[in-house]
Design a protein around this ligand. Sequence first.
Ligand code: HC1
Ligand code: SF4
Length: 559
Amino acid sequence: MDFITIDSRCVPLEGEKNLLSVIRKAGIDLPTFCYHSELSIYGACRMCVVEDERGRVFASCSEQPRPGMVIKTNTIKLQNYRKLIMELLLSSHCRDCTTCHKNGICTLQSLAYKLGVDAVRFTNNKEEQPLDFSSPSIVRDPNKCILCGDCVRTCAEVQGVGALDFAFRGSKMQVMPAFNKDINDTECVGCGQCRVVCPTAAITIKKDEDRVWEALNDPNTRVVAQIAPAVRIAVGDSFGIPKGENSMGKLVSALRRIGFDKVFDTSFGADLTVYEESAELVERLTKNENLPLFTSCCPGWVKFSDYKFPELKENISSCRSPQGMFSAVLKDYFKDDEKKTFVVSIMPCTAKKGEALRPENHTDGVQDTDAVITTAEAARMIRKAAIKFEELDEEAVDMPFGIASGGGVIFGVTGGVTEAVLRKICYDKDNNLSELSRIEFSGVRGLDSVKETSIMLGDREVKIAIVHGLGVASQLIEEMKAGKRHYDFVEVMACRRGCVMGGGQPVPAGPKTKKARVKGLYKVDTGSQVRTSNENPMVEVIYRDIIKGREHELLHTRH
Ligand code: HC1
Ligand code: SF4
């Protein structure tokens, strides 16, 4: 085996793609702003510099590890170098830390502390830039940008959107949309993945908490919450609960203490989606029209398809998302109440804010979801209410929507929608729930960018693809258009790994957290008494007593 020497210790080389990965494997958490293992290497921030035995200083993220290398990571020269970079960054960064959204979770702030920067020798001569509030999903604050380029590469490389780029040169360099347009006037889909990687508060979540507080304080308003599948395994991050642990019961309890009148689980809406989408698939297969059927529950994907693949309009499922279906049903359920009903959905996703605003998702011209708050905003509301989240007893959601299947819960991870739909279709086919484990191992799970599976319906083989990340989705669709791939059903989630890594989840979320979130959702499914939507007794009741044949009005849309 080959070795290199890091700070006088021998470290084996095991195929790492760069020196930084070897250093981190050796237990040295060298700082970086611009290195992300899932993005191309930019090498701009220079925080990960190391020194070799000849005194050469270089960035370790962009250096190939070579056998026999001898490097040091923490010499006085390197410490001074990093401190100087940090001072330069801070000198052109507005320093309103105490009132900043990222206070306490800002990488710039924590690194300045770790590096012992207690004064900045340079003055800020940058002009103050206006903030961009145009998007319903994210806010851009150019004054807090440190030009690491993480958002630019994420938007272009992972999402295939390219709404952000560098403009100007030298000290005038900035990150902005082309021609400095408002972000909402670009092809931005609101996925918030730029916000997930942003080390500062240059990109943050558009806040909707204040509208929720107002509704909660209005005695004439009944405030109803629905909680998305992927929220339960991430909200605990903000309260020191182990990563990936299911905090649904505590969250329900916290929301009731804050003043929500009713609390429900969006996974129930996902069960409705499974009913509608599986029926839609079977109908299209029977008629052999508008195939493949593309899923419609991810608003980032729906918006992306609007402008990038408008020719797929008829192929996108007419189903509203679980959020949309459930809000419409909730508004209808409470319509005779004396109080006004205000539906709040708690989502891992920033694009859901935009979905709620789209007129085609409204019922009779009325917006069903009144406010969408992300997991991170819900956590902030809980903190503001001074609730000791970690000490709360668990509470169950309210009836009559109080039972949701495990299949509904795994909507929050890539492949979950497909798995839940297949469970339903296999059940309808031969009432055979022993198919469950066969479906689990059929290729729907895992993190491959594109997953493929198929099932037999009668004598027809139904071919299925699952894709996560819009960049890969775009490539897959181009291959389908070129006749290189053929499917009948395609699940698309805008965010890599699915909603568990949505743009509204707590940050930072490193590789271990990402893994724990995926595992956490599957664990909820395995522990559920009801695994499939068709076993959920409340679904039949709601179809019979509330929906009453109005599926088209309440559960469907036209994109
Ligand atoms: Fe999702 Fe969905 S799974 S889109 O990722 O279909 O946001 O969690 O709520 O609507 O159920 C998000 C999650 C969520 C919808 C469902
Ligand atoms: Fe790009 Fe998504 Fe950020 Fe919009 S929200 S700029 S699409 S990464």
